[in-house]
Design a protein around this ligand. Structure first.
Ligand SMILES: Nc1ncnc2c1ncn2[C@@H]1O[C@H](COP(=O)(O)OP(=O)(O)O)[C@@H](O)[C@H]1O
Ligand SMILES: O=P(O)(O)OC[C@H]1O[C@](O)(COP(=O)(O)O)[C@@H](O)[C@@H]1O
Length: 306
C-alpha cells in the first residue's frame, strides 16, 4: 500500500483573471476551490492510475470540514488526524493575459503535542512493502525534524519513503535513503545556494543528493521538462507543447506517476516517463489530470540519455 502524508493540506482557491494589478481591486472571471496539498495531489493521481493509496495528514476547523467535503467526491481512502485550528486556504492567481501564476500559501494551523502524538500513533499500521510519500511544507509550529521522525519510524516498521520538501527538512532525511526526491531546479539551486548556468550543472548538483543518500533524483524544470539523474547516467524528458491551464500540482503529479509506476515495474526510466506524462498532463488541465489526458500526453514524451 502507498500512504501519502500531507502534514499541511489546503483548500486551493484558484482565481482566474485576465491581468493581476497589485494595489487595486481585481475581479475574477472564474474561481474554483480544490482540495490541495502535495500528498493529496499524489493520492489523486494514483487514483487515476488505478493505484491504491491512503491519504494521511492534519485537518481542522470549518475549513477542514470543507476540505473533507471537497475531497469526498474523489473517493480517496483517508485517515486524517483532526486538529483544533483551521486548515489553511492557499490562493492561486492565474493571470491569463499576463501569462503569470502567483501563489500565496498559508502557514497552516498550530498542531498541539497531543495532536502530533495521535498522528504518530496512526502510522503504526504501516509496515513492510509499504511506500510512504511525505510531501509539502510543515505546519507553522512543527519542528523541522518532523519528517525525519516519521522517516525513522516507518523505516523501523519496514517501509520505504519518498520525500518532496525543501531545505534542511529534505537534507536531513537523505541519509535514510529515500526512494525518490524531486526538487525543482529552483529548489535544488536554493539547497546549495548556487545559480545554474546549464543542465550539466543541474546534473552535477543532483548527483550531490545521490551522494548524500537519495536512491533516485528527479529534477523538474516546469516548461523545460525534467531530468532523472543516476550515479553515472542522466536522462531528460521533454515537456510537450500544449496550453498550460493551471500548473499547480504538476510536481506532485510527477512524483505520483514515478512512484506508482516504480512500485509496479521497478524500472526507473519507465517510471520517469510516466512521471513526466502526469506532470505535463496536470499543467494542461484546470485541476489534477485525469487518466485520458495522461495517456494522451504520455505519447508526446520521449526520454533521451544526455
Ligand atoms: N508549462 C509546462 N508545460 C509542459 N509540462 C510542464 C509544464 N509545467 C510543468 N510541466 C511538467 O510537470 C513537471 C513538474 O512541474 P514543475 O513545475 O517543475 O514542478 P513543481 O510544481 O514541483 O515546481 C515538469 O518537470 C514537466 O514535466
Ligand atoms: O505545502 P506547500 O509547499 O505550501 O504547498 C502546498 C501547495 O502545493 C500544491 O500541492 C501544489 O504543488 P506543486 O505545484 O508543487 O505540485 C497545492 O495543491 C498546495 O496549495
Amino acid at each position: 500500500m502507498i500512504y501519502t502524508i500531507t502534514v499541511n493540506p489546503s483548500i486551493d482557491y484558484v482565481l482566474q483573471l485576465k491581468n493581476l494589478n497589485t494595489g487595486e481591486v481585481n475581479r475574477t472571471q472564474n474561481d474554483v476551490k480544490l482540495p490541495g496539498g502535495k500528498g493529496i495531489n499524489v493520492s489523486r493521481i494514483m487514483k487515476e492510475l488505478n493505484i491504491d493509496s491512503t491519504a494521511l495528514g492534519f485537518i481542522g476547523g470549518a475549513t477542514g470540514s470543507m476540505f473533507e467535503e471537497l475531497l469526498s467526491q474523489h473517493n480517496l481512502k483517508t485517515s486524517f488526524t483532526r486538529v483544533k485550528e483551521d486548515t489553511r486556504i492557499n490562493v492561486k492567481i492565474n493571470a491569463t493575459e499576463q501569462n503569470e501564476e502567483t501563489e500565496i500559501n498559508g502557514a497552516g494551523p498550530v498542531i498541539s503535542d497531543d495532536e502530533q502524538e495521535n498522528f504518530m500513533n496512526n502510522l503504526n499500521e504501516i509496515g513492510k512493502g509499504d511506500i510512504v510519500v511525505m510531501a509539502g511544507s510543515l505546519c507553522r509550529n512543527l519542528n523541522t525534524n518532523f519528517y525525519l521522525d516519521i522517516a525513522e519510524k516507518i523505516q523501523k516498521q519496514g517501509a520505504e519513503f519518498i520525500i518532496d520538501t525543501t531545505g534542511q527538512a529534505l537534507l536531513d532525511t537523505l541519509p535514510l535513503h529515500p526512494l525518490v526526491v524531486k526538487p525543482n531546479h529552483h529548489e535544488l539551486a536554493d539547497l546549495f545556494k548556487v545559480t545554474f548556468k546549464d543542465e550539466q550543472e543541474i546534473i552535477t548538483y543532483a548527483r550531490k543528493l545521490l551522494d548524500k543518500g537519495a536512491k533516485h533524483v528527479l529534477v523538474s524544470m516546469a516548461g523545460d521538462g525534467a531530468l532523472l539523474v543516476t550515479k553515472d547516467k542522466a536522462y531528460k524528458a521533454n515537456a510537450p507543447k500544449g496550453t498550460v491551464i493551471n500548473s499547480v500540482g504538476a510536481g506532485d503529479s510527477m512524483i505520483a506517476g514515478f512512484a506508482g509506476t516504480f512500485m509496479e515495474t521497478n524500472d526507473p526510466i519507465e517510471s520517469f516517463h510516466m512521471g513526466a506524462a502526469c506532470g505535463s498532463a496536470t499543467a494542461f488541465s484546470q485541476d489534477i489530470a485525469i487518466k485520458e489526458k495522461i495517456d494522451e500526453v504520455y505519447k508526446e514524451i520521449s526520454i533521451i540519455e544526455i
